[in-house]
Write a protein that binds this ligand. Structure first.
Ligand code: GDP
Length: 467
């Protein structure tokens, strides 16, 4: 073991730009090839958000970089578990969601089939909306099938792009068309976003959890920006708040305030809340997941928190509406929350009542702590003195005859923290040992509310000089 080779670089904590909140939704009836199109669009263009794989991989949602633009693609059909049932108005639901939340809709038709009733329905709904739409005829695998797709013009459309998701035909044209119709991009370029003191906070959660009430509590009613103009409703409006010496940028307060009017169907409203959470999570440093304490934690909450962890964002769970609970019910609820969200035991839980203003101070203090943890940088010397003790107490187990050697550790990044361990055989470091190291880092340095990522990289022996 040596620490001689470590460069003790003091890297400035950078306030990384966040991707623009642009959403492209893919809609279409079952079996037209939406997910194949989604996969091909995402393909190798998927933005590498992080080095380390997260806990969830939502294959209906991905950040894409293409032709100088960054946008999120969502397969809206992926939210329709029952969409294989032709009797369900699955397509109407998808279109409603897309029209409500997306900047651009890609409507997928089937080149090998003439227009169906579901297609007609989709086109009718899309035409009524003001969203830009690109129509594609998928399964145009050959020039002949491309010709057959002309049947689809009976839907009365001006332009249909023939593509083959299977073979990749037509995808250059599709990507061009997408980029042309996207709104101008300003990647998190609001001048205030460059302020390093600012903490970007996304308040997320299911409908009626109390998000707008909490935003009002944090911001004060008078500072709320309400934007009800039709057509501009998707434009994210953030609010800057200064409370107790903490400067917060509350992400997409307009979206939080905006109740989904598109439908009375509850599950559609839920899906819309997840989509909004996705966009806000991409734009933030710390996620505050608000849960309705009178209902408890639901699968949607786990899904939203999973996305935050996957994106390596800081997180706080606020159990809201505690004015409705007695303390023994609360204790049970907290335990239940821990059980259901056991994949992220490092997320602090605070109890709040947005209605009565209780716990708001605690939430602000937690935000300040999580902010400090998020940005924390452990000097390399200190880190390695700790690491040597960890290795001495519990050396890496033998694998295939010899134990992998772990030479040293550095913190390569902050906001969020990323540690890199150099080893002669990174692939041989067992998962359970990796977890042990991560837990020791957490325990020793205190990273409450922050995802700690540890990567293992190869360093060959001869590079180690004398050793
Ligand atoms: P959102 O959909 O998450 O933005 O939720 P709202 O902020 O609109 O709140 C939904 C409902 O819950 C409203 O009727 C609020 O008055 C109520 N509410 C919000 N926070 C609390 C709370 O802490 N306690 C109680 N009892 N009700 C709350």
């Amino acid at each position: 073991m040596t620490t001689d080779n470590t460069e003790d670089r003091e890297i400035e904590v950078v306030h990384e730009p966040r991707p623009p909140r642009t959403l492209v939704a893919v809609v279409g009836r079952p079996n037209v090839g939406k997910s194949t199109i989604f996969n091909r669009l995402v393909g190798r263009r998927e933005a590498i958000v992080h080095d380390e794989p997260g806990v969830t991989r939502d294959r209906h949602y991905a950040l894409v970089q293409s032709l100088g633009h960054t946008y999120t693609v969502v397969d809206t059909g992926g939210f329709d578990p029952e969409s294989d049932d032709p009797m369900r108005q699955g397509i109407a639901r998808q279109v409603q969601i897309a029209v409500s939340e997306a900047d651009l809709v890609v409507c997928v038709l089937d080149a090998m089939q003439g227009p169906t009733d579901a297609d007609r329905q989709a086109v009718k709904l899309l035409r009524k909306s003001s969203r830009p739409v690109i129509y594609v005829a998928n399964k145009a695998d050959s020039a002949r099938s491309e010709l057959e797709s002309s049947e689809l013009y009976r839907l009365g459309l001006d332009r249909i792009l023939p593509v083959s998701a299977l073979h990749g035909r037509g995808f250059n044209a599709l990507e061009d068309a997408i980029v042309k119709l996207l709104p101008p991009q300003t990647a998190d370029l609001a001048p205030e976003a460059a302020d390093p003191a600012l903490l970007r906070v996304a308040i997320v959660g299911r409908p009626n959890a109390g998000k707008s009430s909490m935003v009002n509590r944090l911001a004060g009613e008078d500072r709320m920006l309400v934007d009800d103009r039709p057509g501009t409703t998707r434009d994210p409006v953030d609010t800057i708040v200064e409370r107790d010496g903490l400067k917060l940028l509350l992400i997409d307060t307009a979206g939080i305030r905006r109740k989904s009017k598109v439908t009375k169907e509850n599950d559609t409203v839920e899906v819309i809340s997840v989509l909004r959470a996705m966009r806000s999570i991409d734009a933030c440093d710390v996620v505050v997941l608000l849960c309705d304490a009178t209902i408890g934690v639901a699968e949607q909450d786990a899904k939203i928190l999973g996305l935050a962890v996957d994106r390596a964002r800081g997180a706080i769970i606020a159990l809201n509406k505690i004015d409705q609970l007695d303390s023994s019910t609360y204790k049970k609820l907290e335990q239940d929350t821990r059980d259901k969200l056991s994949f992220a035991p490092w997320v602090p839980i605070v109890r709040t009542s947005a209605l009565k203003g209780r716990g708001v101070g605690t939430l602000l203090r937690k935000l300040a702590e999580v902010q400090a943890n998020f940005r924390k940088r452990i000097p390399t010397g200190e880190l390695n003195r700790f690491f040597e003790k960890v290795l001495a107490t519990h050396p890496p187990p033998t694998s295939g005859g010899s134990a992998p050697r772990l030479f040293y550790i550095t913190q390569a990044e902050a906001s969020p923290p990323l540690f890199v361990v150099m080893s002669n055989a990174p692939a041989a470091v067992h998962f359970s040992y990796q977890r042990y190291v991560t837990n020791q880092i957490r325990k020793h340095f205190g990273f409450e509310g922050v995802p700690v990522r540890v990567a293992y990289r190869e360093k060959r022996k001869h590079k180690l000089g004398q050793r």
